[in-house]
Structures are given as structure tokens and as C-alpha cells.
Design a protein around this ligand. Structure first.
Ligand code: HEM
Length: 402
């Protein structure tokens, strides 16, 4: 098969369910494959790393959307998204990212550990109650979705009383990451409007009554920096933290549990301590990456012998890079003790995931607690995959816990 045929196969429901055989076929073609005029896919680990770290490649920003979709400003979600650091290039990217990073400190993240443990235990209590008589418990809804969204609410400083109503809005706006069906756009736009109104109110409240939370810190940074971070930039990037922070982590939890359900020895090793939780999480990130790809806009250059032109679409296939046989020994084997780790799952270079430490912490806290509580956790039915390709995970992962 040539690269285009492989990509066609990847686009089918079967291909989305199991992309790994197709990635293996792509690796045989080389590190970089042409998908026709103006489009390349980067599948090799080293090549992906070099693209993500090369400032010549840019993310698709406001100028690009202006060309492709001049009416974008009528959609509130795009007005948000065009301020997101994910969609900004230097110098705006570095200006805003460094200000956010000042509030998103290692100390603040590490300090969340007891709260994460408490939230995980509460959710496990609920699962234990529902599953005590052998009834099926739905892990994605009852744990994997609720933990990260509650953690990110806690981090930002969203009061507990608001969280219940907040979750569906957060879920709606996350749909922007993989917009399959334009019919979903009105709900995504409505969520963006609602979130902006909510964060505007919360910001006013925190300016009046500062607390020990991320929104208070971000406001302090923006207020003391003489307009270097505008209110719109701040509020829009809060939305980004919310959406980037939970769906991805939800999928880390679901994909990691699926490994345990299919390969119970992985769970046993985690439980008896022969595999440290951090190593399990790292290998789960590599083996079944929650984010399968990201993209860049090309500049005139050559990449592993393939010509890249100005404005070309460059898709970096993170999920494929994580299974590159040139980089990982026996790449299709789940081996948390492998010494050739360092998956690409959080990206690399200027846009490296700002929440990587938080996601790792959530996984490291959650998996041992889950297994200690439910050492006999088992699959109860076929899982249901999300239809998305960029974000890889499950909609339903039914288990028994008793
Ligand atoms: C397992 C969970 C996660 C995965 C797999 C993940 C993956 C990624 C990847 C691949 C990127 C880079 C995208 C690119 O280069 O185009 C990224 C960026 C980002 N992530 Fe994460 N992420 C996760 C969790 C989180 C969390 C918990 C947060 C926030 C609390 C977060 C916030 C962000 C932000 C703000 C960016 C943009 C950084 C920038 O553009 O400078 N992520 N993430």
C-alpha cells in the first residue's frame, strides 16, 4: 500500500479503532511520507521531534484561518481559540505562555496531590457502591471523565457549587478539537459564550477577594504587567486550560485501564510495586497516546529527503512516532520497565504541553488507588470507542469491580 492508501484505511472506523497496524505500514515507507501536493505526514520519532522543535514550522494561526474561513469571527469559539497559546506563534505565543507559566507553577501542581487523591477516593467510593452486587460500572463516566474535570476546576478555582453545571459546558466546547460535524458548532459556540460570561464573573469576584488559586494568580500577573496580558487573552486561555486539561487526561485514564483489562499482568505488577506508577503512566502514554497527532504549517525545507514547501500542511503523527521501531525496541509490547521511554505524547518544543506534570500526577495517583481498591476489576462488555481520531479514547469502558 502507498501512503495515501494507508491514510484512507486509517480514516475508516476499523482504522480508527486500531491504527497501529497502519502506523507499522507507514514506518516501512520512511520517517516522512508525502500525501500529495502540499501535504506531508511525519511518522518517525526523530523527525516528529525535530519538526516540533523547529521554529520554522508554525502553528495554524489567525492569519491562516482568515484565509481559509473569513467568516470565523462570527463564531465565538474561534474568537476564543485564536487567543489560545496552542494557536499562537512567536512573539504572541512566548509572551502569553510565559505569563501563564508563571502562575502554573510546579509548586501549585504538586500541592494538588492530596486533593487529587481525595477526589479519586470519592469517585472510587461511588463505583464501589454501584458495583458492590456485581453490577456493571461504567469507568469512563464514573471515573475517567469526572476526575480530570474536577481537578482542573480545583486548580483554576471554580467553586464546588458551580462544578456540576460546568461539566457539560466544558464537554461541549472540547468538541472544537475535532470538528467532524458542523451541526455541533452552535452548541460549541453557546458553550464558549457561557464560559466567557462565567470566567468574567469569576475574575471580577477574585479581583475583589483574592484566593490561593490559578485564576487569582493569573489576574495578579496580568494586572501587574501593565497590559501585557489582556483580559480577553487571560479569559480565553482559561478556557484552553479547561478543555486541554480534561479530555486528554480522561483518555489517559481510560486507555491505561484498558491495558490492565487486556493484560492483567500489567495491573498485578503495578499493584505489587514491581512497576512504579510513574513508569506505568509513561508507558501507557506511549503505548496508546491520548493525543494521536498535531499539525504545523511548513516552510521551504527538506525533511528526511522529502521536500516541504511554504504553507504545506505538516501532520506530526505522535501516536505513530511512539511506536517507531527505529526508536523503540519491540514497540507494540507494553513494557513499563523499558529503558527507551520518553514518548512524544505531550509534544515537544515551544508548544510542549503545559499540563504534562498535572496529567502525569493524576495518572500516578489514580491507577494505584483504583487497583488497590478493586484488585479484581474486569471488563464487563466490549468497550465503545470515541469516533475521534486526534483524541484517542473510549466513550464507554464497562467494568465489574466486586
Ligand atoms: C494525558 C494528558 C495530556 C496530553 C496527552 C496532552 C497533550 C498535549 C500535546 C500533544 C500538546 C502539544 C500540541 C502541539 O504541539 O500542537 C499539548 C499542549 C497543551 N496542553 Fe496538554 N495534554 C494533556 C494534559 C493537559 C492538561 C492537564 C492541561 C492543563 C491543565 C493541558 C494544557 C495544555 C496547553 C495549555 C497546551 C498548549 C501549550 C502551548 O501551545 O504552548 N494539557 N498537550
Amino acid at each position: 500500500m502507498d501512503a495515501l492508501e494507508i491514510f484512507t484505511a486509517l480514516g475508516t472506523p476499523e482504522g480508527r479503532a486500531n491504527p497501529y497496524q497502519h502506523y507499522a505500514a507507514l514506518h516501512e515507507l520512511g520517517e516522512v511520507v508525502s500525501l500529495g501536493p502540499g501535504a506531508v505526514a511525519v511518522v518517525g520519532y526523530d523527525a516528529i521531534n525535530s519538526v516540533l522543535r523547529d521554529a520554522g514550522y508554525r502553528v495554524s494561526d489567525e492569519a491562516a484561518i482568515e484565509r481559509e474561513f473569513p467568516g470565523w469571527r462570527a463564531n465565538p469559539v474561534f474568537v476564543h481559540a485564536m487567543d489560545w497559546i496552542l494557536n499562537l506563534n512567536a512573539p504572541a505565543h512566548s509572551r502569553i505562555r510565559s505569563l501563564i507559566a508563571r502562575a502554573f507553577t510546579a509548586r501549585r501542581i504538586a500541592g494538588l496531590e492530596p486533593a487529587i487523591a481525595g477526589m479519586a477516593d470519592d469517585l472510587l467510593d461511588g463505583m464501589a457502591e454501584r458495583g458492590a452486587d456485581g453490577s456493571v460500572v461504567e469507568f469512563m463516566h464514573d471515573f475517567a471523565y469526572l476526575l480530570p474535570v474536577t481537578v482542573i476546576c480545583e486548580l483554576i478555582g471554580i467553586p464546588e457549587a458551580d462544578r456540576e453545571s460546568f461539566r457539560p459546558i466544558a464537554r461541549d466546547i472540547a468538541g472544537i478539537f475535532e470538528l467532524h460535524d458542523p451541526a455541533t458548532l452552535p452548541a460549541i459556540n453557546a458553550a464558549a459564550v457561557e464560559l466567557l460570561a462565567y470566567f468574567t464573573g469569576l475574575a471580577a469576584e477574585r479581583r475583589a477577594n483574592p484566593r490561593d488559586d490559578l485564576i487569582t494568580d493569573l489576574l495578579a500577573v496580568s494586572d501587574s504587567d501593565d497590559g501585557r496580558l489582556t483580559d480577553a487573552e487571560l479569559l480565553h486561555n482559561l478556557t484552553l486550560l479547561l478543555v486541554a486539561g480534561f479530555e486528554t487526561t480522561t483518555n489517559l485514564l481510560g486507555n491505561g485501564l484498558q491495558v490492565i483489562l487486556q493484560q492483567p499482568e500489567a495491573g498485578t505488577a503495578l499493584l505489587d510495586g514491581s512497576v512504579p506508577a510513574g513508569a506505568f503512566v509513561e508507558e501507557a502514554l506511549r503505548y496508546d497516546s491520548p493525543v494521536q497527532l498535531t499539525s504545523r504549517v511548513g516552510y521551504p525545507t527538506e525533511l528526511c529527503g522529502t521536500k516541504v514547501g511554504d504553507g504545506d500542511s505538516v501532520t506530526t503523527m505522535i501516536g505513530a512516532g511512539n511506536r517507531d521501531p527505529r526508536r523503540f525496541a519491540d514497540p507494540d509490547k507494553f513494557d513499563p520497565l523499558r529503558r527507551d521511554g520518553a514518548p512524544l505524547s505531550f509534544g515537544g518544543g515551544a508548544h510542549f504541553c503545559i499540563g504534562a506534570a498535572l496529567a502525569r500526577l493524576e495518572g500516578t495517583v489514580a491507577f494505584p488507588r483504583l487497583l488497590t481498591r478493586f484488585p479484581r476489576i474486569a471488563a464487563a462488555a466490549e468497550p465503545v470507542r470515541r469516533e475521534t481520531f486526534l483524541l484517542r479514547g473510549f466513550d464507554e469502558l464497562p467494568v465489574t469491580v466486586a
